[in-house]
Design a binder for this molecule. Structure first.
Ligand SMILES: Cc1cc2nc3c(=O)[nH]c(=O)nc-3n(C[C@H](O)[C@H](O)[C@H](O)COP(=O)(O)OP(=O)(O)OC[C@H]3O[C@@H](n4cnc5c(N)ncnc54)[C@H](O)[C@@H]3O)c2cc1C
Length: 249
């Protein structure tokens, strides 16, 4: 795994929900590396161990947007959510990953996000809508409870500007009756579509949710080559799988 390393600075850290921060980075000098909507990069933040995070904005615009969820276990994500601030240095290596937006598809597009899996799905949906495609674009956002919802207003506003865009929030363990869908996000998709043949499907989030969604899409007749998925494995899970880390030199 290789990729350009770019020295960046934190532009802003915003609280999107109690446990999710939206972090914006810009290169200290010169341009960022090239990336495609849906890819991820490796981030070395304040000399801590590198971690992979998905890029939440489509290419262009000169900044990287990340959505970071606090794990609560004292690792890098906790540092980002508790201590990272504007002006801090971050080295970024990228871009990686094969689950990026394919522009040459003529059928509808389905994106399924679990938690901060919303980050790469946001980049893909925004790139797709900005490209002016006319086919339907569906985004399902699965969270555990209401406290995990973020950027909902942003996506509802996008549905007003793009009649071909549909956005659904699905809560697996609701704490109140908010009128939103409840259950597992993969079950909500399965209930809404009898068949998904001809769709191009993108998925990101916790490994169990990604596996359940890939399985469901197979049952709905989506061929494997039309499914593009990134499971957010932790460092320990990646090492257990034998996945290589980028060489930071
Ligand atoms: C391709 C890819 C893209 C990713 N994109 C994102 C992204 O956009 N946003 C994002 O927030 N994360 C993303 N991740 C996950 C991220 O790389 C880290 O694994 C995560 O932030 C945890 O790192 P940490 O250093 O805080 O915890 P670690 O030090 O790695 O883990 C500490 C302990 O916490 C546990 N743990 C870690 N995460 C969680 C969790 N979510 N819930 C419960 N327990 C946990 C671990 O099992 C371990 O026991 C991505 C991972 C991959 C592989």
């Amino acid at each position: 795994m290789t990729g350009d390393v770019v020295a960046c600075r934190v532009k802003a850290v915003d609280m999107a929900s109690p446990d999710v921060r939206i972090v914006r980075l810009e290169a200290e000098h010169g341009p960022l590396f090239d990336w495609r909507a849906g890819q991820y990069a490796s981030f070395r933040i304040c000399e801590m161990e590198p971690r992979d995070y998905s890029i939440a904005n489509a290419p262009g615009g000169g900044e990287l947007e990340l959505h970071i969820r606090r794990s609560g276990a004292g690792g890098v994500s906790d540092f980002i959510c508790n201590d990272l601030k504007a002006g801090d240095p971050v080295d970024v290596q990228g871009a990686f990953g094969g689950a990026y937006f394919r522009t040459r598809h003529e059928g509808p597009l389905l994106a399924i996000a679990g938690g901060t899996g919303l980050a790469p799905m946001k980049a893909i949906v925004e790139a797709a809508l900005a490209s002016g495609l006319k086919q339907d674009v569906h985004l399902y956002f699965g969270v555990k409870d209401e406290s995990e919802i973020y950027l909902e207003r942003h996506f509802i506003e996008l549905t007003h500007r793009h009649p071909n865009f549909r956005f659904v929030t699905v809560i697996s363990d609701p704490k109140e009756n908010s009128g939103r869908r409840s259950g597992f996000v993969s079950d909500a998709v399965a209930a809404d579509f009898q068949l998904l043949y001809g769709f191009q499907c993108y998925i990101a989030g916790p490994p169990a949710m990604v596996e359940a969604s890939v399985h469901m899409l197979g049952l709905k007749s989506v061929p494997r080559h039309d499914i593009f998925a990134d499971a957010f494995y932790t460092e320990a899970q990646m090492q257990a799988k034998g996945e290589p880390r980028p060489d930071w030199g």
